[in-house]
Design a protein around this ligand. Structure first.
Ligand code: SF4
Length: 362
């Protein structure tokens, strides 16, 4: 039995952080035989650089490849199919994966051009690309970000890039949640390494990146999605495919009993300029040397509260950041404000906990 269920790390040196996280989780031992065919699946939904909040940073995939090569795994492929209406080849080029493939020798597979077969996914037929079904192991590299229809998109939703375009369209007619949960049941064994570096606030396409500088890893894709759900301030019921996948026996959504290892603590102040939408959410907050992970949790919480019409809760005067360590005050976010009259615990806290706290105070 493993000591931990989830691994978190923070920092800007993404390739090194990815190597560190995979090593801590023992992914090489989990894969097994060195001849295993291993798929690496980023989110390249459209041709936009990762800094805009929609796609997976290529440095993370580079770290994964470095780790796998160090452990003698050579049979690797990077697979992806962009969303309907965009060309995967353009995304490979713009997002840095063509260059990564040339540098590492790991081939790219455009799943839009792949053959496919119908597979029985717990009673629902789903067309899946043949290159996926030929894998022994899948390393899924989703982006943690908002989504206009499913509220969040992360591990399980990212698998939609492994089906043909006609099936992607059909998923929408089926309401997305049921086929997303069922598709997850068809995947080979694997590990999920989430790019939570600067995923978008509420839209799959990017444009409002929220700086967080975090990677999240886990073998249980249901638990990873459930954890992300909470980190973005949603209740599990608001993302139905997570509960559906749990009921199919694909994993556990019980975040409260998850054992979480933090490899590198947050410590990076927010460096990039915020989009207007994100800056607006933080406009009343007193920030002093606030880590990006802490600020991101607060941004997601304030966004949820304003969407819920909780104006009073969203407008409370708040303080956040390492600059408040050892100081007093009224209402604070994160362990650095432990000396305040009232504060939300956590380093960083979860958006769901911030929401609960602010609703109580309002
Ligand atoms: S509680 Fe303090 S140290 Fe921890 S993430 Fe927040 S600002 Fe950073």
């Amino acid at each position: 039995m493993r000591e931990f269920d989830l691994w978190l790390t923070h920092g800007s040196d993404l390739a090194d952080r990815a190597v560190e996280l995979l090593a801590a989780a023992g992914v090489a031992e989990d894969i097994g035989g060195q001849g295993s065919r291993i798929g690496i699946k980023p989110n390249l939904v459209l041709p936009r650089p990762a800094s805009q909040g929609a796609t997976t940073h290529p440095e993370i995939a580079e770290g994964v490849i470095r780790y796998l090569h160090q452990h003698g795994f050579k049979n690797l492929v990077i697979l992806e199919g962009s969303w309907v209406g965009d060309r995967t080849e353009a995304a490979f080029a713009v997002c840095g994966y063509q260059a990564l493939s040339a540098k590492t020798g790991v081939p790219l597979i455009d799943t839009k051009k792949d053959s496919w077969k119908n597979q029985d996914a717990a009673g629902l037929e789903i067309a899946v690309c043949d290159s996926v079904m030929a894998l022994d192991y899948l390393i899924n590299l989703p982006v943690m970000k908002g989504h206009c229809q499913t509220n969040i998109t992360c591990a399980m939703k990212n698998l939609k890039g492994l089906i043909p375009d006609r099936e992607k369209r059909r998923f929408h007619t089926l309401g997305l949640h049921k086929p997303i949960a069922r598709l997850a049941s068809l995947m080979p064994r694997g590990f999920t390494l989430v790019d939570a570096v600067c995923g978008d606030l509420d839209f799959e396409e990017g444009g409002n990146p929220v700086r967080r500088d975090q990677l999240i890893g886990g073998f249980d894709q249901v638990l990873v999605d459930a954890w992300v759900c909470r980190a973005m301030g949603f209740d599990l019921e608001e993302v139905p495919y997570i509960g559906m996948a749990e009921r199919l026996g694909l994993g556990s959504a019980n975040v409260d009993s998850a054992r979480v290892a933090v490899l590198q603590k947050p410590g990076m102040p927010v460096s990039a300029r915020n989009s207007r939408k994100v800056a607006q959410l933080l406009s009343r907050v007193d920030q002093r040397e606030a880590c990006s992970a802490c600020c991101a949790a607060l941004v997601f919480a304030l966004h949820r509260l304003s969407r819920q019409g909780e104006r009073r809760a969203a407008a409370l005067p708040l303080s956040i950041g390492q600059g408040f360590k050892g100081r007093g005050g009224d209402m604070g976010i994160g362990s650095c404000t432990a000396g305040f009259a009232r504060h939300v615990k956590g380093c960083p806290p979860q958006a769901a906990d911030i929401i609960g706290f602010l609703k109580e105070q309002a």
